[in-house]
Each structure stands twice: as C-alpha cells, then as structure tokens.
Design a protein around this ligand. Structure first.
Ligand code: ACM
Length: 684
C-alpha cells in the first residue's frame, strides 16, 4: 500500500511547524513525532506497511548486543502495532536491513561514533551505522517513525542522517538520599535509551547513605546504608544492562565532603579531633551541608581510597569516575590544629587549596586504574590537573570559565529536575547558547549536559514523574541541532513521547492515579484527577523550607503524587493565546469546557479532601479550582459579549488568582498566568 505523503524532498529539521500542520490535515501524512529530532530528515513519497511478514536482519557485522537490540525493537514493534511479527532477527533479505560496520568501542566513551542513517522506501528500510551504538539509536528512531491510519501501521518513506550535537547526554540519579531499587534503575535506562541519552551518572554515596557494596570495606554499607544498597553483582548487572542500550555508567562517590555515611563505619577517615575523629558518626538524616570531611593530610586516607577505587574500578569499566567534590564547608579542617599546621607548611591557604591538594593525591590513584577524574564545580581550582572534567552545577558562567581554562566540562544546573521547572525552561537552556563568547576551541570543551535528579524528596513511586517526560526535552536539547528550538512543537512531540516512555515500563503517568487513590481511600477519584491536572509540586528548596524535610519525612502527600509541568500548563497558555489573538472558536470551546470541568470538580474534590487526613493541607485548592474556573468562564463571557465588566470585577478576579498563587499544601497551580491574561483582556 502506498500512502500519499507530503511532497518529496522536504527538508524538515527547521520546519517542524509546517510539517505538524500538514500532519493534522491528512491521516496518511507523516506526523513527525521524533524525539529527539534527527539532524537531517527528508520525507519522501511511499511507505512500508507493518505486516506479519515484517522482518529485520543484520547483513554485515552483528554480535550479541546488536541481536538483542533488534529483538527488543521487534518485541516493541509487535506490541505497538498488534501485528504478529517474528521477534528474533532474520537471516538473509529482510524488510529492515541493519548494516553495522563493527561493534564500536570495547568500553564506550564520549568519542564513540553514535551516528546512523535510515533510509525507508516503498521497497524496504535500511539502517546503517559505523557502530552497534549508532544502530541502537537508529532502532529507536525506527520505532518512533511508525505511523498509522484507521486500519494500518506503516513506515513513511524517509531519509534520515543523524548524529548527536553533544557527546555527553547524561542523567544523574541520586540514590543516597532515597535508595532506588534495581527495577527503577533499569526502567530509567530504558527511558534514556528511548531518547538516545548515553551516560547514567550514578550518585552512590552521600551523607545520607552509602549505596554500593564494598567487600574490602564492608562497614561502608554494613553501617552506612540502613541495609539499602546495591550488591556488586547488581551493579555489574546495571553496567551490562546500560551497555546493551548504548549507555555508559559513571559512578559517583562524593568526597571529601558529603561523605558522612563513610564515617559511620570508618570514623578514621574524618577530620575531627578526639578519640573518634569527631565522631561517632551516624547516617545523616537531615539535608544540607555538613561538617564531616575526609582528612587530606593523613596517608591512611589515600591508602583507603586506593583500595576502594581499585575495587570499584573492576565493577565500573567506564573511563570516568566522579569524585563529587562539592560543598565542603571546611569546618572540620579549620578546627583541627594538625590539619592547619599541615596547610601552613604546604602553603595551602584556604579550604579550596587544601581540597586541590587532596585531589592531586587522588589523581594518581585514579590514573593507576585508567580513570579520568570528573567532579563538581568546586574541584575547578588552581592546580587541578587539566585532565579532570568539571561538571558545572553553578551554571553557564562557571562552565564557560572552566572551558576558558582549558578544562572539559558538562552543564548540569539548568537541568536540575528537583527544582520542578518546566520542560520548556530546560529546553531553552543550551550548553553552548547562541551568541556564546567562547572560541570554537573552548566550545569544543563543552562535552554536553546532564539532567540531575536529586532525591531528597523522591521515592520509587514518584521518581518516574520527576524524571519523565521532562528529561526527553533535555535529551533533545543535547542531541538535536541548535536550530531545533520550537517550544510548541517540542511539547506536541513530548506528549507523544510520554506515552512511548510509558510503553517501555515507566510509571510517570500511572503513578499519579495510584497516589490519588491511596490518598483518597477510594477508586472514585475523578474530581481529584481534574484538580491534580492543574497542580504541580513546589520546588525542592521551597518544600524544604516549608516542610523542614529530612530523610525520615514521609513522602506520601499530594505533592508526591502530582507531576511537574503537566500538560495543563502549556495547553492553557496555548489556548488562551490562540483565543485572545483571533477569537479562535475551537480554543474558546476548549477553554469553556475546561473551566466548566473545574467548576464541577471543585466542590466534589473538596468533599473527598476534607474527610481524609492526608488531604487536609491542600484541601483549599479545591475551592480555588472552582473559583478559577468561574473567573475564566466569566472572562470569556465578557469578551464574547464585548461588554465592560462591572467596576471591580477584574480586580476581584485578579485577587482570586493572587490568592491561588500563594503556597498552600506544597502544591502550585500551573494555569495562573494565562488566566491572568484572560481576566486582564476581559477587564479592558
Ligand atoms: C550540587 O548540587 N551540590 C552538586
């Protein structure tokens, strides 16, 4: 069957808006939902239907990793289409031929060739890549290309030539503050693979818990983990699982600060004075910056780290090992006369200088294991080896400063997921922004970026919604050309990607309903769902201030159930814009229906909430929802009738919106700004 597609030879990457319009006007037109967008895409005439005869085969090089990737793709294609296809690679001629030149690096590094090309014509599909990693990325694109009309699934004829803009496209998960079971890590890796991310940065130790088994130093987890840690076998399993998906695993052991959990079993690492080196130390339950820090002056500290890093190097083959290095307040160092004496003798005049000394001793220990050092901003200080990589959590300026000083760097801060910013805000943050003052050489030192999931307030149930789908927008920023920057089009594709991520096993959508049912003690949660759809969690700092959280705080409130940047925020913004710009009737109808649903749901949600202990705090949100709906509905009525509202009407409604903007129950409304625009427009 041949599907009429839009004119052959249309180059797409920078004209997404045009394509999406076409896609919505004809069921057989190509609907570009690729995420991340490829570097080069041409849409041609023709298509390949998915029938039971569909096959995929590698025709040149293949190995167990490529075979497994092809099988996983076929299993997902079968599930996605309901067509009974064979789920193992074929031999000989196939519908999809995969030509990989070779396996790629034995240990994947930032210089791995990740490029691929994909050619689909009416007679079949051909995926070509230099490495298996490139082929793995191409197989994800292949799945994302699948289109359907009313009765059939098919692949559109396209020509794709793709490679990433940045070499380092990471996701950091903090497993210290709240341990995340192995199943969570695996489904996270599946999500990362779906959007072509290639570094899993595993934050394995911090003050609040040591999560990696050491057989050399068993008290690390024996006393520092509450029994919540990864065995060495599990870590190896994760490394292998990640490699199968083209993802590197970079472990982080945060030292010399943020290391209190080490000292519970091994107080001799600490810099305090007295018989217990300032201890005895406990697993830290509070959040923040704490005094315990490793003693940089004692030979025994480095002997310990030498043995520990040697043990970890056998489990984690990646060339990079992250040593943290952030937020050492220097308090224990300043209070210890022996350390001060040492510092004076070596001309180490402040905490930063002493920490650089520590890093200098660490460097040969890492080098001996074939590792390169990577650390947070604070390791960037005079005297640091040029071989070290700086991960910038302080933002663009410090990243630029390290690039100017000829260090490789990675951008982290604008991608902090715990801040609960919108996908749009993350998407707009470019590691090398337009108009950068960096020279081409300096720009080349910026390897990429990492989304960071700090887990002070995150449980295995809530983690997926904190990471996904926003991280898919970050993945696109790091993979696609800089010119792919249309926010509306990003969101259009993000909501599709969100469903695809759900299909690989992520629970970012379903967990919200689970949480609402648990909170309400009933399966009849419809009114609560309406309310939850326009609420999102406050950011981590705000939550900490309002709730004084610790590791022991229960994480089972409404804030732990609602999602950051749910569709309502961008949707309402878009509808109000369309309506106010040209009185768009579809937008008006959708807005009216939305406001009516708020008015109907509010009182019912209130009844549910006021009878449940865990919903008392956010209960005022229910009445506010109805009031906001009324404000929106009345605004539309005045605008439609071209009638001036009575004196005080706009001020009254703006006061309702201001009231709703105040923090209540640790959740925020997502829709207040467009509502304000609507009320202001009606008031004119
Ligand atoms: C950090 O946020 N302290 C890395």
């Amino acid at each position: 069957m041949i599907h009429r597609l839009i004119a052959a030879g249309v180059v797409v990457a920078s004209t997404l808006g045009v394509l999406s319009v076409n896609a919505q006007t004809s069921s057989s037109a190509f609907n570009n939902t690729l995420m991340p967008q490829p570097a080069h895409l041409t849409v041609n005439a023709g298509s390949v239907p998915i029938t039971p005869q569909f096959t995929a085969a590698a025709d040149k090089f293949h190995d167990a990793r490529l075979d497994a990737a092809i099988s996983r793709m076929l299993v997902r294609l079968k599930a996605q289409t309901g067509v009974q296809i064979a789920t193992t690679p074929a031999s000989g001629a196939a519908t999809l031929t995969i030509t990989a030149d070779g396996p790629g690096e034995a240990i994947q590094g930032p210089d791995e060739n990740e490029s691929y090309s994909l050619e689909v014509t009416s007679s079949g599909a051909h995926l070509k890549a230099a490495t298996v990693v490139g082929a793995i990325h191409g197989l994800e694109t292949f799945l994302q290309l699948v289109q359907n009309d009313r009765t059939t699934y098919f692949l559109p004829a396209v020509s794709i030539d793709d490679s990433p803009r940045f070499r380092w496209r990471g996701l950091m998960i903090d497993c210290s503050r709240h341990f995340q079971p192995i199943e969570v890590i695996k489904r996270t890796l599946d999500g990362m693979a779906a959007v072509k991310m290639n570094v899993f940065h595993w934050h394995l130790s911090d003050d609040q818990g040591f999560r990696m088994e050491s057989k050399v130093f068993p008290k690390l987890t024996g006393m520092g983990s509450d029994g919540l840690y990864y065995t060495q076998d599990q870590a190896r399993e994760i490394v292998a699982y990640a490699r199968e998906r083209g993802i590197r695993v970079v472990p982080e052991f945060d030292i010399p600060g943020h290391a209190q959990s080490w000292m519970v079993g091994y107080p001799e690492l600490a810099s305090g004075t007295g018989p217990d080196y300032g201890g005895p130390y406990q697993i830290e339950r509070q959040y923040g910056i704490f005094d315990p820090v490793m003693d940089p002056t004692r030979e025994s500290t480095y002997k310990f780290l030498d043995r520990f890093i040697g043990e970890m190097a056998e489990i984690f083959p990646d060339t990079y090992m992250h040593i943290g290095g952030d937020e050492n307040n220097g308090v224990q160092w300043k209070a210890n006369p022996k350390i001060q004496e040492f510092a004076k003798k070596h001309n180490l005049n402040d905490t930063a200088a002493l920490q650089t000394y520590f890093n200098q001793q660490l460097l040969p220990i890492l080098t001996k294991q074939g590792k390169r050092m990577i650390g947070w901003d604070e390791i960037f200080a005079p005297g640091l080896s040029k071989d070290a990589v700086i991960e910038s959590w302080r933002g663009f300026d410090s990243l630029a400063a390290s690039a100017k000083a000829r260090y490789d760097g990675i951008l982290a801060q604008p991608y902090y997921l715990d801040h609960m910013n919108s996908a749009e805000q993350h998407y707009r943050a470019d590691p090398v922004p337009v108009g950068t003052m960096l020279t081409p050489d300096e720009q080349a030192r910026i390897l990429g970026g990492e989304a960071c999931m700090w887990n002070e307030h995150v449980t295995p149930r809530s983690i997926d919604s904190r990471v996904w789908p926003r991280t898919a927008a970050i993945a696109e920023r790091l993979w696609s050309p800089q010119s792919v920057n249309n926010v509306d089009d990003m969101y259009r594709r993000l909501w599709v990607e969100s469903l695809r991520l759900e299909a690989v096993g992520l629970t970012h959508l379903s967990a919200e309903d689970v949480g609402l049912r648990q909170l309400a003690g009933t399966a009849q949660i419809e009114p609560l769902r309406v309310l939850a759809s326009v609420l999102q969690p406050v950011g981590a700092d705000q939550r900490y201030e309002m709730q004084h959280t610790s590791q022991l705080t229960p994480m089972d409130h409404l804030i732990d159930t609602v999602r950051p940047d749910p569709p309502s925020r961008h949707q309402l913004e878009r509808l109000v814009k369309a309506y106010l710009a040209n009185h768009d009737t579809e937008a008006r109808a959708e807005l009216t229906a939305t406001f009516e649903s708020w008015i109907a749901a509010g009182p019912k949600a209130q009844v549910l909430m006021t009878s449940e202990p865990l919903l008392q705090d956010p209960a005022p949100r229910a009445q506010q929802l109805a009031d906001l709906g009324t404000a929106g509905l009345e605004a539309i009525l005045y605008i439609e009738k071209q009638q001036t509202p009575p004196a005080g009407w706009a001020q009254g409604k703006l006061a309702v919106i201001d009231q709703a903007a105040k923090p209540v129950g640790l959740v925020r409304f997502t829709v207040l700004e467009p509502l304000r625009d609507l009320v202001n427009a009606a008031g004119k």
